[in-house]
Design a protein around this ligand. Structure first.
Ligand code: FMN
Length: 256
């Protein structure tokens, strides 16, 4: 069994790991960013796919990965985990419909609420107590779904027609522009930046570089994953908001 993921800030990877550990099967774990992802997909009959929801849609980096490797998914049995801050409607359904088109068999779906990775927007901030409670419930929910999976009775969250309508009307239509193309982000506060280059090293899109003014600049290829925002030691990077108002992810493996 293969656990395949895209995770900007660690939530989707963590949820997938908890799910897989609870299945008690042998598994490989791999990010779509890893060089061996394609060969592992080829070799695996059953895949658990995990990713974050952006505006009730797929991260563009993941959508493009699925498209570029569409032939690899033919005939695979796929269970989908979608992580989110609050609401997605059909977070799992977004990739399910694409994968079905490529000949995959979707065997179930699970929606998981996690601490929001958008840490530069005040309204999305939760207290530490709220986050602790959320994580406890999340763990229980994943264990329950994994248990059902083992009994061949997979949860089906986000895959039905009502979820589809909720995702479409709730968000996807209104925010289509945000997820249909890569963006000219992130924003760098050069007063705070110490040129540690962490953001360059971690960006999954190779979107960041040092320009002729010796400043971090972008190539218009941001997939909005927020990883650079979370790895900046000086909190000098923002995307949607203006300032960092919440703590950085505790689930992202940082090198420093
Ligand atoms: C650009 C963007 C858009 C998002 N849109 C939604 C959303 O529509 N609904 C929601 O509940 N959470 C939304 N989130 C929150 C993430 O889905 C959530 O924090 C997720 O668990 C992050 O996973 P990761 O750590 O694996 O990247 C959004 C996050 C980003 C960065």
């Amino acid at each position: 069994m293969l656990g395949l993921y895209f995770s900007g800030t660690g939530n989707s990877k963590l949820c997938l790991e908890i799910f897989l550990k609870n299945l008690n099967n042998d598994y490989s774990l791999c990010s779509i960013e890893d060089s061996n992802a394609k060969s592992l997909i080829e070799k695996s009959e059953e895949i658990i796919l995990s990713y974050p929801v952006y505006y009730s849609n797929l991260p563009l980096i993941l959508k493009d990965f699925l498209l570029e490797n569409s032939s690899l998914f033919y005939g695979k049995k796929i269970f989908i985990i979608a992580t989110m801050g609050l609401f997605s409607g059909d977070g799992t359904g977004c990739s399910a419909r694409i994968l079905e088109k490529y000949g995959a068999v979707i065997i179930g779906g699970l929606h998981i609420k996690m601490p929001d990775c958008i840490i530069d927007v005040k309204i999305l901030k939760k207290s530490s107590e709220q986050e602790d409670k959320l994580l406890k419930n999340t763990k229980l929910k994943i264990e329950k779904s994994a248990n059902l999976y083992s009994k061949n009775c997979q949860t089906q969250q986000g895959l039905g027609v009502f979820s589809h309508i909720a995702g479409l009307l709730g968000q996807r239509l209104w925010f289509k522009k945000m997820t249909s193309t890569y963006k000219k982000y992130p924003k760098i506060d050069y007063q705070k930046c110490i040129n540690c280059n962490n953001c360059i090293a971690y960006c999954p899109m190779k979107n960041l570089y040092i320009n002729s003014l010796n400043q971090i600049d972008n190539l218009n290829k941001c997939t909005l994953c927020y990883r650079c925002v979370h790895v900046c030691p000086k909190k000098a990077i923002t995307i949607l908001g203006k300032n960092i108002v919440h703590k950085q992810s505790q689930f992202l493996n940082k090198k420093s």
